[in-house]
Design a protein around this ligand. Structure first.
Ligand code: 5GP
Length: 174
C-alpha cells in the first residue's frame, strides 16, 4: 500500500536511544506530515473494519498508542479508552503488573471504561518484546473484554513479541 510506503519513508532510525545498542524507530515525523498521517489512520481503520467485525472499543497504550488510537476510533465511530501507567487515572481502576528488564511496572484502565463482553482492538505504535502488549491483553481479560486483535504500526519480528500474545497481531512495517 503506497500509504504504508509513505509512512516507512518517514520513520526515523535513532541509534543508541534510549540506551546504548538500541536502534529506536521514531514515528513522530509521520505526525508532522498530515497527508501521510491521515493515510496511516485510514489504513488502520480500513483493516480493523475489515478484520475485526463488531469492534466496540479502540484501546490505546501509554503513550504512543494515544497518537493513533483516537483517530482510528473516530473513523470507526467507536469508543477510545486509554491504558495508562499506574497512578495516572482518577477514580477506581483495574490494574495488572508486568515484568520489565529490571523490576516491575503496572498499567491500568478506569474501572467503568470497558464493559464485560465488549469487543476491543488494542493499538500501540510498535511491538518489540511484546511485554507491553501482553500486559494490555491481561488487563482486557481482567476487565472481561474480548480482544479481537493487537494492532501496531511496526513489529520488530526478530524479537518474536507475537509469541507472547494469544490474539491476532496486525502490523505494517518491521
Ligand atoms: P515491548 O514491551 O514490546 O518490549 O516494547 C514496546 C513498547 O516500547 C511500546 O509501547 C513502544 O512504544 C515502546 N518502544 C520500544 N522500542 C521502540 C522503538 O524503537 N520505537 C518506538 N517508537 N517505540 C518503542
Amino acid at each position: 500500500d503506497p500509504r504504508i510506503q509513505a509512512v516507512k519513508n518517514l520513520v526515523e532510525l535513532v541509534e543508541d536511544f534510549p540506551k546504548p545498542g538500541i536502534l529506536f524507530k521514531n514515528l513522530f515525523p509521520v505526525l508532522r506530515n498530515p497527508a501521510v498521517f491521515n493515510g496511516l489512520i485510514q489504513v488502520l481503520s480500513e483493516d480493523i473494519k475489515a478484520r475485526c467485525s463488531g469492534v466496540e472499543v479502540i484501546v490505546g497504550l501509554d503513550s504512543r498508542g494515544f497518537l493513533f488510537g483516537p483517530g482510528v476510533a473516530l473513523q470507526l465511530g467507536v469508543a477510545f479508552v486509554p491504558v495508562r501507567k499506574k497512578g495516572k487515572l482518577p477514580g477506581e481502576t483495574i490494574s495488572v503488573e508486568y515484568s520489565l528488564e529490571y523490576g516491575k511496572d503496572s498499567c491500568e484502565i478506569q474501572k467503568n471504561s470497558i464493559r464485560p463482553g465488549q469487543k476491543v482492538v488494542i493499538i500501540d505504535d510498535l511491538l518489540a518484546t511484546g511485554g507491553t502488549m501482553k500486559a494490555a491483553c491481561d488487563l482486557m481479560e481482567a476487565a472481561k473484554a474480548e480482544v479481537l486483535a493487537c494492532v501496531v504500526v511496526i513489529e520488530l519480528n526478530e524479537l518474536n513479541g507475537k509469541d507472547k500474545l494469544k490474539y491476532p497481531v496486525i502490523s505494517y512495517l518491521s
